[in-house]
Design a protein around this ligand. Structure first.
Ligand code: ADP
Ligand code: MG
Length: 597
């Protein structure tokens, strides 16, 4: 139903009229309202005070927001500017503290501005001549009776004050902060795009604060307690960035370049190995000023791979790592490792599948941490090899594949390994973390490896070529029915830990580089979109991911939402990587593949 656009005075009259009526009468708000500084679109009103808050858009003319021209000069700067605007909006809500009134979510105003990473998201977008914030607002009620006066206060008084303070009456210092934020993000993206030509998979700037306040937050550790990162000599690189004093002092970033190839991170327990790796894992996206990791920049196709026992695996060729499994009682054949499936994978089979699937989805480098790897997948020492004949061991440890992965397939590995020196022989570089400082110990490690203590008499029973031969997997579209008997698709998620797609629960905890709940939501809708609009019975997972990326580049995220109506509030979404989309698909217990004939 289309309504005439009316002014805020009309809104006041309407709220007065529905005051005290049943909550459903709030639906009369849906439509367009003209305010002096902006236009308010009420796209969806909640059905009761406890339901998810109502969805509103606040649209300002570009001139009103008075953004500096160079804030929007390219896609990276636009993304950063949108992120700053969303964060300013959120901070102003927090400062103004709108009164929480009545029952349920009444008075709650929110915007999905994101966390430590800056991602492309739907919270703030730039349209043709306008800037728009997508917000949620809890319409107030006493029980199920509309509190019209409170609603008027929120919409006609509080909301315009937030918009003015956050967006249109920027102080001079806010203006500087905006440009600094954008410059800081752009510097990171420019360093990122230069990594390949420098033959690096990651860069960690001198002075970076890598540790976090605790395991439960992404806030930086107190600068009094944290040792800033310092690059060790042979890995030191200088990178010139366009903006001075944005991320690091001056226009040259000094730091450690992690080369392509095989790099080990060694060192005693509790000396900062995993902390460095985690910063690199998260370095696939830019970080906000003040985060401590503004100069930690990784190749966007690095994938953290871990053991994940219990996960579901469907038809993955894991022969490169695991072959000749024992025959189960009562079966005529042993389980296939060419099309390996399991409803409850082991540590080693899950890690093998995670690697093969990551490469299928486009990984160019793997990040592994001994803390989260299956021991038998990583190494098998000489004594064990003497006892257990290779014929009776299905696992070819990662150690025996790591070199081939790089030499033949160009897949780098950065591995945290403090417990086995067997990797020295295959490493291109070895970095030691000692009391949170990085040192080059490559030469010493090579010398030790040269003493012949390593067990590198590799058996190559199964060539890793299984990886390339790995049948290009074609998903069956009917695996992705999100309706499950209902009329409308239903996809919900709990943070970055779980998604319920239709009736299928998907455990996401093993997907460590999924950092934002809004990415989880976007992945759910992207899978549904791909299943209904992109996939056919010949399209591989990898081709489907290409199409999705193209779609995101061209259309943005807005059209993904559940009940997409052109221009309406799309919900809180952030752009996921193709790697994480594939990771979710691969963990769906409903996944079926189309057999290649
Ligand atoms: P490892 O993987 O080598 O066992 P971790 O990376 O888990 O060690 O670090 C151990 C502890 O030290 C963590 O609590 C972490 O927060 C802290 N830590 C790591 N790096 C630093 C640092 N640069 N400065 C201060 N504390 C740090
Ligand atoms: Mg560790």
């Amino acid at each position: 139903m289309r309504r005439e656009a009316k002014g805020s005075a009309d809104l006041n009259v309407l709220l007065d009229r529905i005051n005290g009526r049943s909550y459903k009468a709030y639906r009369d708000l849906e439509g367009v309202w003209h305010f002096s500084e902006f236009t308010l679109f009420v796209d969806h009103t909640q059905s009761d005070p406890f339901a998810s808050p109502s969805k509103l858009r606040v649209r300002l003319d570009s001139e009103t927001t008075n953004l500096p021209e160079d804030a929007l000069a390219n896609p990276t700067r636009r993304m950063a500017c949108a992120s700053w605007l969303a964060r300013a909006f959120r901070k102003t809500i927090h400062d103004i503290r709108p009164p929480r009134t009545g029952t349920g979510k009444g008075g709650l105003i929110s915007i999905d501005a994101g966390g430590a990473e800056v991602l492309e998201r739907t919270a703030v977008v730039f349209g043709d001549g306008f800037v728009e914030a997508r917000i949620e607002l809890g319409l107030p009620a006493a029980g199920r009776r509309i509190l019209g006066g409170e609603a008027a206060n929120l919409l006609i008084d509080v909301l315009p004050r937030i918009v003015a303070r956050a967006w249109t009456r920027r102080s001079e210092s806010d203006g500087r902060d905006l440009l600094h934020f954008i410059n800081c993000i752009e510097n990171q993206e420019i360093v990122r795009s230069s990594l390949r030509e420098r033959n690096l998979i990651a860069f960690v700037g001198d002075g970076a604060i890598l540790p976090r306040e605790s395991g439960a937050t992404e806030r930086p550790m107190d600068r009094e307690r944290a040792y800033p990162f310092q690059s060790p000599e042979p890995f030191r690189v200088d990178i010139e960035v366009p903006h001075a004093d944005a991320g690091a002092p001056g226009r040259i970033w000094h730091g450690m370049g992690i080369p392509r190839g095989i790099v080990l991170l060694v060192g005693g327990g509790y000396h900062g190995k995993s902390t460095l790796l985690r910063a690199i894992e998260r370095g696939i996206a830019p970080h906000i000023p003040g985060d401590g990791r503004e100069t930690v920049v990784s190749d966007p196709s690095l994938v953290k791979v871990r053991a994940e026992d219990g996960r579901s695996i469907r038809d993955v060729d894991i022969r490169g790592f695991i072959d000749h499994l024992p025959k189960p009682q009562g079966e005529s054949d042993p389980p296939s490792t060419r099309e390996f499936s399991s409803a409850d994978a082991s540590g080693s089979t899950s890690q093998a599948a995670n690697i093969v699937e990551s490469i299928e989805a486009g990984a160019t480098g793997l990040l592994l941490d001994e803390d989260t790897s299956a021991t038998n997948f990583m190494v098998r020492d000489a004594k064990m090899q003497a006892l257990i004949h290779p014929r009776d061991e299905p696992i070819t440890p990662y150690l025996d594949r790591i070199r081939e992965l790089y030499d033949v397939f160009g897949i780098s590995t950065l591995l945290v390994m403090g417990s086995s020196g067997d990797y020295f022989a295959v490493a291109d570089a070895v970095i030691e973390m000692k009391a949170y400082q990085a040192y080059d110990v490559s030469a010493k490690a090579k010398e030790i490896a040269g003493r012949g203590e390593s067990n590198a008499d590799v058996d190559s029973r199964t060539a890793l070529t299984a990886l390339t031969a790995a049948r290009k997997r074609i998903p069956d579209r009917t695996s992705f029915d999100a309706r499950r008997g209902r009329r409308h698709p239903k996809i919900s998620s709990r943070g970055c830990d779980e998604m319920v797609y239709g009736t299928t629960e998907i455990d996401l905890r093993g997907i460590e580089q999924l950092f934002d709940a809004s990415q989880t939501r976007a992945i759910g809708w992207a899978i549904l979109y791909a299943a209904t609009k992109i996939m056919n019975d010949r399209m591989t997972i990898s081709a489907m991911l290409n199409e999705l990326d193209r779609f995101f580049d061209q259309e943005g995220l807005d059209v993904l939402g559940p009940d997409h109506r052109s221009g309406h509030h799309p919900g809180a979404l952030a752009r996921p990587r193709r790697i994480e989309i594939a990771a979710v698909i691969n963990r769906m217990r409903t996944l079926r593949l189309i057999r290649a004939s």
